[in-house]
Write a protein that binds this ligand. Sequence first.
Ligand code: SF4
Length: 342
Amino acid sequence: MADFVLQITEWYRLNARALPWRETKNAYFIWLSEIILQQTRVDQGMKYYFSFVTNFPTVEQLALADEEQVLKLWQGLGYYSRARNLHKTAQQVTEQFNGVFPASYEDLLSLKGVGPYTAAAIASFAFDLPHAVVDGNVYRILSRYFGIDLPIDSTEGKKAFQELASELIPANDPALFNQSVMEFGALQCTPTNPSCETCVLLQSCASGKNERWKERPVKSKKTAVRDRFFHYFHIEHEGKIAVTKRVDKDVWQHLYEFPMIETLSAELLESDLAQFPVQNMDFATVSSSKHILSHQRIYATFHRLTITKPSDLEHFEANDIGSFHELPIHRLMHRYVEKYMN
Ligand code: SF4
């Protein structure tokens, strides 16, 4: 076990990328980076990180921001409930902790949207507390290196990996260990293509030879994925564009999009069109795409709908084209807007 810790931390010293959130002990900045990196890869997350720390240099400034401004800065990252939680957590820190990020693992866990992984990351990186992070990287590396075949989605498996990580983390530099495992998982022991031949752990790794890494980590069940079919209608008339805000408890809550019909299959039937407020619709299909979320596959079709009566716009929120571009929209809309409206 000691060899594992020594080798992986040594590897980190030689191979770690220089990342801005690793240069700071500011718990607020570290928290921001962690929430952003739950959404995206490091290279893409960088611009979001800089945008948040520049627009809101303190947690209080984020707390006071308008929710739409926060969603707009978040645009493109997906999972907008996390952006709303981010905003609420900033308000919670401001109200309950006088604007100072809590310095204990338990208090960090009491924050909205902060689970054991994020609490351990902040506790170790900002406050040097010996709490081991356990996420997909950790499951992967520990299961492969130590040859553990307990399912990572079982209670027993989760407990065993948490205990092992807690045993491994050295009290004298917990941040270094956590960073090392995360970086090693991102660069060396990757999910589908680990670089075993060049790995410093190869000699002692239980899965490095004969491609045994393909067998680990073990999962007991597959997540059910639901197919959904969205038909969007791009409606513009005399400089105005129709939008709606998603208000239901569903994906992309509080974000804007074109008026839409959700159907039971890919086909758009007369009975589906009958639900739409505009009657006798004259439209042409512009694009179709598939959008994958964690538990849903969304098949989206965008149609351009021509209207002749301004009163048809009254069924929706109508915006000037300029102000439409200021609204927070989800990634699926964003892709369409970039391709067909710029
Ligand atoms: S030898 Fe391969 S499977 Fe083992 S830790 Fe290194 S990269 Fe991962």
